[in-house]
Design a protein around this ligand. Structure first.
Ligand SMILES: *Cc1c(COP(=O)(O)O)cnc(C)c1O
Length: 403
């Protein structure tokens, strides 16, 4: 029998076409090999999968529902928009799907600690939650600039019992946090697990995080079929590193369903004004894997910007680079202004305040629905917007609802 797409991608070395792989310092090769071999076994282990299933159900609150956005669909005057409600997952976003599984992996490996870097703090909070649940230590590296900017998430991590380590060199943001965490991991890899926050990083993380997120797509496929007796015509998700998008897409990849990856266009098309990596980037290696990235004039990761702080990443998961190159996904964009409009529209028409990241997918779906009135659209609503409300209302006044 012919192998499915998911069975044959990535290959043994962790490549999706020419993207992916593992480009790490020699001191870490042993640690990543250990993770790879363990995951290979555990992904087929009944005990591991069954424990994860129970955690999903009894702790995370899965399955999350699909909601038909009737008012929003009518407002757009066209296609029918459905929302996969990852905002209702414990901690309010999809990230816990892979963090719980990574922490479970740490437990099976007999590790005492999980560690990672975080940019806006969302991955740090989800990982600190998982660490608390499993009784593991948690060490989060974060740029000093980000610590000041995202202070509520720093407090959350500390309440949850995590140790927050400031990265104090260079620009003191995400890139420096990655360096700092890698360095700390080198001396601790026998007792700690590095838990990457998206479908990025060296093999096996892009595959492993995709598999851990695929619960979103498998649930959604069944739920959508139950509601409509069909497959959706389109799946839409925002892409930073790309984990929520791969989670939704993976269940539909061998089906006749259009898959749209939406990147943040920020405030313009010039380098530094956006984080639309697949749209404007070129091939390159950063953070241990080969993919498409945004480079500055020296070939280093370029500064990026989006109002959605969880999607401003200068590279993208290697599988997204591959899927867009072979034409399996359609890459779209959404700028800050469209995302803010969608943030308020979804709030006022459906009673759902979305995360600014997720609002990018909603905005793209609204445009698409107008132009394709006969099609159904399944959007991954990756998170809730509570974390964003203070910032949004200060910068973008609340619009009067059209009555
Ligand atoms: C972190 C985050 C994202 C972006 O991460 P991906 O790996 O691209 O999915 C999207 N939405 C929310 C709510 C997030 O917290």
């Amino acid at each position: 029998m012919e192998k499915s797409y998911l069975e044959s991608n990535p290959n043994q070395e962790g490549f999706f076409g020419k993207y992916g792989g593992s480009f790490i310092p020699p001191q870490l090769e042993g640690a990543f090999k250990e993770i790879n071999e363990a995951y290979d076994k555990l992904s087929k282990s009944f005990d591991f999968l069954n424990e994860l299933k129970n955690i999903r159900k009894h702790y995370q609150g899965r399955p999350t529902p699909i909601s038909y956005a009737k008012n929003l669909s009518e407002y757009c005057g066209g296609g029918q928009i459905y929302l996969k409600r990852e905002d209702l997952n414990h901690t309010g976003a999809h990230k816990l799907n892979h963090c719980m599984a990574e922490a479970l992996l740490a437990k099976y490996l007999g590790k005492k600690k999980i560690m990672a870097e975080t940019g806006a703090g969302q991955h740090g909070v989800a990982l600190a939650t998982a660490a608390a649940y499993f009784g593991l230590e948690c060490e989060i590296h974060m740029g000093e600039v980000d610590i000041q900017k995202e202070y509520p998430n720093v407090v959350r991590m500390k309440i949850l019992g995590a140790k927050v380590v400031p990265a104090t060199h260079g620009l003191k943001t995400l890139k420096e946090a990655v360096d700092s965490c890698f360095e700390a991991y080198i001396s601790q890899s026998d007792t700690a697990l590095y838990a990457i926050g998206s479908v990025v990083g060296p093999h096996p993380f892009p595959k492993m995080v995709r598999d851990f997120q695929s619960i979103v797509g498998y649930e959604a496929k069944e739920q959508f079929f139950e509601m409509t007796h069909k497959l959706p015509d389109n799946c839409i998700a925002c892409v930073g590193g790309g984990s929520n998008a791969m989670g939704l897409f993976s269940a539909f990849i061998d089906d006749p369903v259009k898959l749209h990856a939406v990147e943040p266009l920020g405030v313009g098309t010039k380098l530094g004004e956006h984080a639309a990596t697949l749209t404007f980037g070129e091939e390159g290696i950063m953070h241990g894997f080969n993919s498409i990235m945004l480079k500055d004039e020296n070939g280093e990761p370029a500064p990026v910007y989006s109002v959605g702080s969880g999607i401003d990443y200068p590279s993208v998961g290697p599988e997204h680079a591959h899927l867009s190159q072979i034409g399996r996904t359609i890459v779209g964009t959404c700028d800050d202004e469209e995302a803010i409009d969608a943030f308020y529209k979804l709030s006022q028409l459906e009673g759902i305040i979305p995360a600014l990241e997720s609002a990018h997918a909603v905005a793209y779906a609204m445009k698409y629905a107008k132009e394709h009135p006969k099609e159904s659209i399944l959007v991954n609503l990756s998170g809730r917007g509570d974390k964003d409300i203070d910032f949004v209302v200060e910068k973008y006044p609340i619009p009067q609802k059209e009555q």
